[in-house]
Design a protein around this ligand. Structure first.
Ligand code: NAD
Length: 476
């Protein structure tokens, strides 16, 4: 049985089904937090926070490293749960779980130092960083462990305590991981509660949190921002994207195709930052489509524990239905299917990697976030018009330019209104580098020391030193 962790204890009273996306049927039950359990988690986190903050950074790092070691000790079990609930092939879940523990260790090694601005005979002025207090973290289903634990590690190393809610669609691996934290982290420092939309909304409404850190859809992010406005409470929102990859005439089609298959097809394209549309010079669009279709056809589609599987099902029915509808819209709009194009005729939510050519801006597949294994190829004549069209869209997560002319690539990348731009690579996630969230892709900056500072508050402290003669106050 799976439990929430509240104040160092295992708690579960009400339950909901968890669906196996490779069959579409329930395979487990997960707790659903009551209002009282949410209150108990917040109270425990508030009570535990002063002592956790009072530990120094090294002591907090030691606890987080111990947690990472404990997860590594049960990595096969955690990764298997991740595969069962998320649908990802087991080998890829293992990689993601290893990445999660590596990321916990790395984040725990960062330090945020105070900064002395003046220290002279008259005064000392210091910018001090304090933890915010208690953080509410709400995570999505596309990369449940990694995305949730980045929030946890960033908040905890800074001296905050936390209540984490995984997605109701993929709660189990996170709950198991949290169970391992009992006895490693002091009681109340890391609490998990489970549940869906109502539980998330109850967290956002709860006055016991000092910050909401959310990863998920833009629609939910806007709902959270709206609900949070009266409290003016700090928010980090990591939301959707519709990343464009723009090929220039001299760019490597082969490199672009590899990146598109890795980000746009692997994990069924369920990455926030992934190639979600390709703009190709008109005379190259056919070649790009043919090569991407060949890469699409090379995936072995099967449930997570089939040894040769490289692609599992879409994670849930709502997302599967959305992908089916968006592909139907694309073909109705004149799109030419080069690979895939229809769901597999078997139980579960399997949809083959799909490439659709002959689409233009205005088709849903080009304009919206599909969050599925489907990539449109859009032929263009004028790259300046492409940049303008991409910038006119609502999202601004990441984007890429593919060219051998690095100066031109950098100049075009600088014109893309996105948080992260790359040349000859897409979504170059590096935990040492800022991940800025702009437009309808979010609010705030994550990763590196930015992610940690996002869980802290800045205080300016001025100390006047004793003077032989009184200082005259400047007029206000
Ligand atoms: P979602 O918004 O449906 O759900 C995310 C989480 O929010 C879940 O835990 C859910 O229970 C909770 N939730 C739902 N309604 C809520 C409400 N009203 N108040 C509070 N919490 C609520 O998102 P999803 O479908 O799970 O995730 C997919 C989306 O996440 C995609 O759009 C993807 O691009 C985005 N994403 C963004 C990033 C990023 O870093 N920018 C990373 C991963 C995923």
């Amino acid at each position: 049985m799976f439990h929430q962790v509240i104040d160092g204890a295992l708690v579960a009273t009400a339950f909901a089904d968890v669906i196996d996306p490779s069959t579409g049927t329930a395979f487990q039950r997960s707790p659903v937090a009551s209002a009282d359990e949410l209150d108990r988690a917040v109270t425990a986190a508030r009570r535990a926070q002063p002592a956790w903050t009072a530990l120094d950074w090294d002591a907090r790092e030691a606890c987080l490293v111990q947690l990472a070691n404990a997860i590594d000790g049960e990595i096969e079990w955690i990764a298997a749960l991740h595969s069962m609930e998320q649908g990802m092939p087991y080998g890829q879940s293992l990689t993601f779980t290893r990445l999660t523990t590596a990321r916990i260790r790395l984040i725990a090694s960062f330090r945020i130092a105070d900064r002395t601005i003046f220290d002279d005979a008259v005064r000392k002025v210091v910018e001090r960083w304090h933890p915010l207090g208690v953080v509410a973290a709400i995570a999505p289903w596309n990369g449940p462990l990694l995305l949730g634990m980045i929030k946890v590690a960033s908040a905890l190393i800074a001296g905050n305590t936390i209540v984490l809610k995984p997605s109701e669609l993929t709660p189990l691996s996170t709950l198991e991981l949290a169970r391992l934290s009992i006895g490693i982290l002091p009681d109340g420092v890391f609490n998990t509660i489970a549940g869906g939309r109502e539980t998330g909304a109850a967290m956002v409404a709860h006055r016991g949190f000092d910050k909401i850190s959310f990863t998920g859809s833009t629609a939910t992010g806007i709902a959270i921002a709206t609900q949070s406005a009266p409290l003016l409470r700090p928010l980090t929102l990591e939301l959707g994207g519709n990343d464009a990859a723009i090929l220039l005439p001299d760019g490597s089609i082969d490199d672009l195709v590899i990146a598109a298959a890795q980000s746009g097809f692997s994990n069924c394209g369920q990455f926030c930052a992934a190639i979600k549309r390709i703009y190709a010079p008109r005379h190259l669009a056919e070649e790009v489509g043919a090569k991407l279709a060949a890469a699409a056809n090379a995936f072995v589609i099967a449930s997570a524990f089939v040894p040769r599987a490289t692609l599992g099902p879409i994670q849930n029915k709502a997302q599967f239905d959305k992908v089916c509808a968006i592909v139907a819209d694309a073909t109705a709009a004149g799109g030419r299917v080069l690979s895939g194009g229809a769901p597999l005729d078997r139980p579960g939510y399997f949809f083959p990697p799909t490439v659709i050519a002959d689409l233009a801006d205005g088709a849903r597949l080009v304009d919206e976030e599909q969050f599925g294994p489907v990539i449109p190829i859009v032929a263009y004549d004028d790259v300046n018009a492409v940049i303008d069209r991409v910038n006119a869209g609502p999202y601004g997560l990441t984007g890429s330019i593919w060219t051998k002319d690095l100066d031109r690539g950098e100049a075009l990348a600088a014109r893309l209104v996105v948080g992260s731009a790359a040349i000859n690579r897409h979504a170059a996630f590096d935990p040492h580098v800022a991940f800025p969230l702009i437009k309808q892709s979010g609010l705030g900056v994550d990763y590196a020391e930015y992610g940690i500072r996002g869980t802290m508050r800045l205080q300016a402290v001025t100390t006047m030193k004793p003077q032989a003669a009184p200082l005259s106050e400047p007029a206000a």
